[in-house]
Design a protein around this ligand. Structure first.
Ligand SMILES: Nc1ncnc2c1ncn2[C@@H]1O[C@H](COP(=O)(O)OP(=O)(O)OP(=O)(O)O)[C@@H](O)[C@H]1O
Length: 253
């Protein structure tokens, strides 16, 4: 069953087409990558899926709910992890999680039990009883991940979640992403880092200038492009798509 279904999605800001005719499906149990350089449309896609932006065209469903008509249901079914911090400096890690857990409708006891579960996955020791204002970037990112999955959402969106992290903090984010999509859960992982996609993603959609230029397993894309790794495949696919666009109508380069 698809947990995310995107069909003909488009977004225009003023006269700028940030996203054009995007379609893909993410299945339960998958880590699905959105790969592309700055400005490719990854954040715009995730913001639409998280109901923070309205699409200009097309449809999207998350956990079975329509992003336009069932935004509240979508929001209850997702977690979002991005570079933006938005923590309260004066609260401890535990207080932040308790506050958000209560907003999600969990009892204090449920939040406590969930914190224990997440501690086992994310190693939250050292951040639960300390004020977030004293956290390193890596500690903040752990807390943001814990906050995003407190309510055990079926779908989590990661948007450039490892940027600015040191090697150890980055490793704990990547390990968490790999461990998350069990059973009905799925992860959509947006990045411009090819090695992260190769390591984490079951399938990936490559975006370039707002368009989907290829999708498949990293291995299939690499082989189809006749490249050695995903990075080589990425450049070949971008060149092919640019050639196609530059060609006269009806002629495929
Ligand atoms: N609110 C906005 N108003 C106008 N243009 C926007 C807005 N948000 C995004 N854009 C434009 O839409 C395009 C896609 O941006 P988006 O942030 O989705 O790309 P991205 O792939 O996430 O890249 P980055 O990693 O730089 O965020 C860019 O050209 C960007 O300038």
């Amino acid at each position: 069953m698809a947990t995310v279904e995107v069909s003909g999605l488009g977004k225009t800001f003023g006269t700028h087409r940030a996203l054009e005719d995007l379609s893909f499906a993410v299945h339960a149990g998958e880590v699905f990558g959105l790969l592309g350089p700055n400005g490719a449309g990854k954040t715009t896609t995730l913001r639409i899926l998280a109901t923070l932006l309205k699409p200009s065209r097309g449809e999207a469903r998350v956990a079975g709910f329509d992003v336009r008509r069932q935004a509240e249901r979508v929001r209850a079914a997702i977690g979002v992890v991005n570079g933006g911090m938005g923590l309260y400096d004066r609260l401890t890690g535990r207080e932040v999680l308790t506050y958000f857990g209560r907003l999600y409708g969990l009892s204090r006891a449920e939040v406590g039990a969930r914190i224990d579960e997440l501690d086992a996955l994310l190693n939250l020791k050292g951040i639960l009883e300390r004020r977030t204002g004293d956290f390193s970037t890596g500690m903040k990112q752990k807390l943001i991940i814990a906050r995003a999955v407190l309510h055990d959402p079926p779908v989590i969106f990661f948007d450039e979640a490892t940027s600015g992290l040191d090697i150890l903090a980055r490793r704990s984010v990547l390990d968490f992403v790999k461990s998350y999509p069990k059973g009905a859960r799925a992860v959509v992982y947006s990045t411009h880092v090819m090695s992260e996609v190769e390591e984490l993603c079951d399938r990936v959609a490559i975006l370039y200038e707002g368009r989907l230029i290829a999708q498949g397993t990293p291995q299939a894309l690499t082989e189809a492009a006749g490249a050695r790794g995903l990075e080589g495949a990425f450049f070949t696919l971008v060149e092919r798509s640019a050639g196609f666009r530059a060609a006269p109508q009806g002629v495929r380069a």
